[in-house]
Write a protein that binds this ligand. Structure first.
Ligand code: SF4
Length: 390
């Protein structure tokens, strides 16, 4: 076979795979380019939860801090919820555009079921406008602009079980905007023995948040900075609702990990980082895991450099000095702070290189060297009806 013939067969093969590749092998995104990208007709749309009807067929969405007032025929700020004749609908229910199997460490969750796989779902839309969004290809798109797969909750859960995942997660774009889908998948997933969590910007309103947390085992919250100005200027959003969400998650006893993306010149002021770490310690306790993540130029911030590693190390030092026990550095593969250390005896408990676990010394949630209890979810396998190990 000559090289041209070989190449054309290869291209044909790739096209075929693109058309029929709905089977997931670890890490492969399963998208369906053959399905129509537009949302389903009104008969098949799912009515939104948490909204109030107003005069003149207007509605007010109560799901997140924006509380959008939406006129008939219009959408909310997130682009995923539409008012049709005075009824608010989710346009993305059962219509994910991002489906992938990840190691749980990639979320990042470092205190939950190490080395297990999770089935991640995401849709179009977001309620923030971050200039540094790493998933802007879907978050700033409408449901008509993404390639969506029809994946009802039951099929999503079946797929996760078939593929050997221990958990299901909701991530990539802001899961708040597909709340109804996330809620139904989560409830079913727990009934079927899977663990569940979501990665959020933390700006849900308290009522839907508390209801969702009844069915969530863990949450990863992006605390993007620690000044109202930073939130306003870089995300067109607010800090206060995020802090309120963090306190509610703590109150509800759901496992929580926090991610702070450190962006050069924008949120890397040591004083702000110190204030943030003191707030976390005082309001959430010294056991909450904190991940400082390295920024790489993306979306509207292409002119900024990647975060210097020394800046991340300085931030970690500030957090440790503030009394936080589990402080990680992410997006720096092989850094010593990818790993978990016992805060009591200092021994390495989980040695990681980026998202890979090289060795895990943990014994039933405890340090095997000094018996110190480590916060998190360490129990694997089927969990339906069983007591959660926190
Ligand atoms: S979820 Fe969307 S529609 Fe609802 S308040 Fe937030 S941005 Fe507005």
């Amino acid at each position: 076979m000559n090289i041209r013939h070989w190449k054309s067969r290869l291209r044909l093969g790739i096209e075929l795979v693109a058309l029929i590749a709905f089977i997931v092998v670890g890490g492969m995104v399963i998208l369906s380019p053959t399905l129509p990208p537009s949302p389903a007709d009104v008969e098949t749309l799912t009515e939104a939860r948490y909204y109030t009807k107003l005069d003149s067929k207007q509605v007010q969405c109560q799901l997140c801090f924006r509380r959008c007032t939406i006129a008939q025929g219009q959408r909310g700020e997130c682009g995923a919820r539409e008012n049709r004749e005075g009824t608010l609908y989710s346009l993305v229910y059962g219509q994910p555009c991002a489906i992938q199997i990840d190691p749980v460490e990639k979320e990042p969750l470092f205190h939950m079921l190490p080395t297990t796989k999770t089935l991640c779902l995401g849709t179009a839309g977001c309620n923030f406008k971050c200039t540094f969004c790493q998933n802007w290809q879907i978050s700033v798109r409408t449901p008509e602009e993404t390639n969506n797969v029809s994946l009802p909750p039951e099929e999503a859960v079946n797929k996760a079980i078939e593929l050997g995942c221990s958990s299901m997660s909701f991530t990539y774009n802001e899961p708040t905007v597909f709340y109804e889908y996330m809620y139904d998948v989560t409830k079913l997933a727990q009934e079927r023995g899977l663990w569940t969590y979501f990665h959020t910007n933390g700006a849900l309103n308290p009522e839907p948040l508390r209801e969702l947390l009844k069915h969530m085992d863990a949450v990863c919250v992006d605390l993007k900075g620690f000044t109202p100005e930073f939130y306003q200027e870089t995300s067109n959003s607010e800090l206060e609702p995020v802090l309120s969400t963090l306190k509610i998650i703590k109150e509800e006893g759901v496992h929580l990990e926090i991610v702070n993306l450190v962006i050069p010149t924008l949120n890397d002021n040591p004083k702000d980082i110190e204030d943030m770490c003191h707030w976390l310690r005082d309001n959430l306790g010294e056991e909450v895991p904190l991940h400082f993540s390295r920024f790489f130029p993306t979306y509207k911030l292409l002119k900024l450099p990647p975060t210097p590693i020394e800046t991340l190390e300085k931030a970690r030092e500030i957090a440790l000095d503030a009394g936080l026990n589990y402080v990680y550095i992410g997006n720096v593969p092989g850094h010593v702070a990818n790993s978990t250390f016992c805060p009591q005896c200092g021994q390495t408990l989980i040695w990681r290189a980026h998202f890979s676990v090289i060795s895990n010394q943990m014994k039933e949630g405890r340090c095997p060297f000094c018996d110190h209890q480590i916060p998190g979810i360490w129990e694997s396998g089927i969990r339906a009806g069983e007591k959660k190990s926190k």
